[in-house]
Design a binder for this molecule. Structure first.
Ligand SMILES: Nc1ncnc2c1ncn2[C@@H]1O[C@H](COP(=O)(O)OP(=O)(O)OP(=O)(O)O)[C@@H](O)[C@H]1O
Ligand SMILES: O=c1ccn([C@@H]2O[C@H](COP(=O)(O)O)[C@@H](O)[C@H]2O)c(=O)[nH]1
Ligand SMILES: [Mg+2]
Length: 236
């Protein structure tokens, strides 16, 4: 759990401090950790967040596999696309801009998306996060690292042939405004031009796990399972 703790006197015992911090239903941002120490704020002992970025083209099966990862390994699933669609549905100030961007298959400004992700992370009791469909651009990636202040532990890339992705998206039937051939073509172009560089970046950082995203959902999950199984003992 991430909680921001209020400034408290160092004379308070650590157990009272932990109780008090626990009652304060606010979060501790990783980004402010060093600043808090400098201001004399004492953070409670919390689990270190474990962050997985889940990347891949439109219809590559990210959301489908995230459900299985959640069921098997107990992660919190934060789909950037779902968070943006929720903003549209709630008629937030950015709703119209987000809707138009999604219809065009373009990328919503980083600041908007990162803030939504940050809020969900703050509200979560979990310390293991699957961030699905983000970062989609190098600018997204840099913005996340700057605002949240951490890098992912693992980056999954669902590598799927374009023909299969198009077929899946056109059969999805969830009423999404971007599930039509015209927008899918644009999304594929954006994926090639803007998202692949992010994938290459994490490959160079040794964090990338590429999954061959063809076959049945269960077959694909059998490639995913050992990745998280290997981390399970250290992550909890
Ligand atoms: N292995 C698979 N074989 C066939 N269909 C699949 C497979 N995995 C997922 N699907 C189906 O393909 C569609 C797209 O999957 P999903 O929504 O998980 O993709 P996604 O990567 O999250 O896409 P998007 O980026 O557009 O959100 C869904 O209808 C899903 O049920
Ligand atoms: O980080 C993000 C994630 C998504 N978008 C926009 O939303 C759609 C749909 O996203 P899915 O992950 O496929 O549900 C995507 O095409 C983008 O237009 C975004 O801008 N930034
Ligand atoms: Mg999805």
């Amino acid at each position: 759990m991430w909680r921001r703790v209020a400034s408290l006197s160092s004379s308070i015992s650590s157990s009272l401090l932990a109780q008090t911090a626990s009652r304060l239903n606010t979060w501790e941002s990783l980004t402010t950790g060093i600043a808090q120490q400098a201001k004399g704020v004492i953070a409670p002992k919390e689990k270190t967040p474990f962050i997985t970025f889940v990347l891949g083209g439109p219809g590559s099966g990210k959301g489908t596999q995230c459900i299985k990862i959640v069921e098997t390994f107990g992660f919190a699933h934060l789909s950037a696309g779902d968070l943006l669609r929720r903003e549209i549905a709630s008629k937030s100030a950015d709703g119209d801009m987000i809707l138009n961007t999604i219809k065009e298959g373009k990328i919503v400004p980083s600041q908007v998306t990162v803030k939504l992700i940050q809020k969900e992370m703050e509200l979560s009791d979990n310390h293991k996060f699957l961030i699905d469909g983000f970062p989609r651009t190098e600018e997204n990636r840099v913005s996340f690292e700057r605002i949240i202040g951490v890098e992912p532990n693992v980056v999954l890339f669902f590598d799927c042939p374009e023909e299969e992705m198009v077929k899946r998206v056109l059969n999805r039937n969830e009423g999404r405004v971007d599930d039509n051939l015209e927008t899918i073509k644009k999304r594929l172009t954006v994926f090639q031009a803007l998202s692949l560089p992010v994938i290459n970046y994490y490959s160079k950082r040794g964090k990338l796990y590429t999954i061959k995203a063809i076959g049945t959902e269960d077959e694909i999950f059998e490639q995913v399972r050992p990745i998280f199984a290997a981390f399970e003992r250290t992550v909890g």
